[in-house]
Design a protein around this ligand. Structure first.
Ligand SMILES: [Fe+2]
Ligand SMILES: [Fe+2]
Length: 187
């Protein structure tokens, strides 16, 4: 289970005063003026833990195939929950603020999510059923592509999308997002 605690602390100074302003205040100015922190920080933690999970799987697979398989399935479940959290909770809030429902950064991330989910499924099948040397090579290839896509995807979210989301959302919305996060992660 990915731990999500204390992420809301330590970083709220004069932010609440800003929250009291009208919502239809010129959006771009509000984005530029607001501090950028909580969700970016949270998502970095999540990404880091997912990366570690994947790294452990790769280390283990040459030593203990059964354990590696279990670890991969846990990683897959966590990655799917992370994507679900982004798509069902975070992205819609951003889209509502910006009006970018069908184009823009969240749509690009949703497209990459579909690719990641396909690769996770493909890799799970490959791991569960690989018997021959050719199967193993196919597995390694999917794994490599998944890692590359994961890296690029995380970088885009951490450096561009989440700082933007942090600037666009109100503090109260982030609190709602946090509460919903727990439901999404089954804790
Ligand atoms: Fe994502
Ligand atoms: Fe993410």
């Amino acid at each position: 289970m990915i731990v999500r605690e204390r992420w809301f602390e330590n970083d709220i100074d004069d932010y609440d005063e800003e929250v009291t302003r009208e919502k239809d205040y010129q959006p771009i100015k509000v984005w530029l003026n607001r501090p950028s922190f909580e969700l970016t920080k949270l998502v970095k933690q999540d990404h880091h833990q997912l990366d570690e999970f994947l790294g452990q799987f790769r280390e283990l697979k040459g030593k203990n195939r059964n354990e590696a398989m279990k670890l991969f399935l846990s990683f897959k479940a966590e990655a799917e929950k992370h994507i679900e959290w982004e798509e069902k909770i975070i992205f819609p809030m951003f889209e509502e603020h910006t009006g970018m429902y069908h184009t823009g950064p969240t749509q690009a991330m949703r497209t990459e999510h579909r690719m990641i989910l396909e690769m996770l499924k493909g890799l799970a099948d490959a791991i569960l059923h690989s018997k021959t040397r050719t199967d193993e090579l196919a597995e390694t290839l999917i794994e490599k592509r998944l890692m590359e896509l994961f890296k690029v995807h995380e970088q885009k979210e951490e450096e561009i999308l989440y700082p933007w989301i942090d600037s666009a959302l109100w503090q109260s919305e982030k609190e709602v997002a946090m509460a919903a996060t727990e439901a999404c992660h089954g804790v």
